[in-house]
Design a protein around this ligand. Structure first.
Ligand code: AMP
Length: 194
């Protein structure tokens, strides 16, 4: 099972990906988490990425594609993986297609988590309060920037994947358990076919 979670910042991609991970044991590949780990570890990559992340911009395609290429070859990804926060540009999606094609693999579903902008702002404010401002990019100004970046650079992935019939729309404004239920419905349809 290879899934992509697609949606604006604060849509619940990470939360839902973690729930799916617990149920299926499929690893969650979050480029945001990997980049934050690099920042924390103080690696050269982390030092380069920090300022870009703090202002809500995207790290270069080359860097994130490199990270993902390395990660999907790990043994725990053999049975599948859940991509959370990647791809975020059409160039990344094309690079992912190539990476997968070379390995004879494909994406099963692109789960689009739909949430309205004002709800996103409220969620980010809450996450910020809970973390004590732990994430450098979780504040209202940066959120605005991240939303703009999402609409300009990431939303074009929807028609890209829609053209291949991969996009499944999920109402991300429902309570967490209901969102999970919608996702499970999509995944169970596969189980019936199989
Ligand atoms: P996230 O935790 O997915 O919201 O990612 C946090 C930040 O990491 C983003 O705002 C970007 O600066 C960077 N980042 C994460 N994933 C990507 C990606 N696929 N492409 C470019 N930048 C990314």
């Amino acid at each position: 099972m290879r899934l992509i979670f697609l949606g604006p910042p604060g849509a619940g991609k990470g939360t839902q990906a973690q729930i799916i991970v617990e149920r299926f044991g499929t690893p969650q590949l979050s480029t945001g988490d990997m980049l934050r780990a690099a920042v924390k570890a103080g690696t050269e990559l982390g030092q380069q990425a920090k300022a870009i992340m703090d202002r809500g911009d995207l790290v270069s395609d080359e860097i994130v594609v490199g990270i993902v290429a390395e990660r999907i070859d790990q043994p725990d990804c053999e049975k599948g993986f859940i991509l959370d926060g990647f791809p975020r540009t059409v160039a990344q999606a094309k690079a992912l297609d190539e990476l997968l094609a070379r390995r004879g693999l494909q994406i099963d579903h692109v789960l689009q988590l739909e949430v309205e902008n004002d709800i996103l702002a409220a969620r980010i404010a809450q996450r910020n309060a809970e973390n004590g401002g732990g994430r450098g990019d979780d504040n209202v100004e940066t959120l605005k920037k991240r939303l703009t970046v999402y609409h300009e650079q990431t939303a074009p992935l929807l028609p890209y994947y829609r053209a291949r019939g991969l996009v499944r729309q999920i109402d991300g404004m429902a309570p967490i358990a209901d969102v999970t239920k919608q996702i499970m419905t999509v995944l169970n349809e596969d189980a019936h076919v199989a």
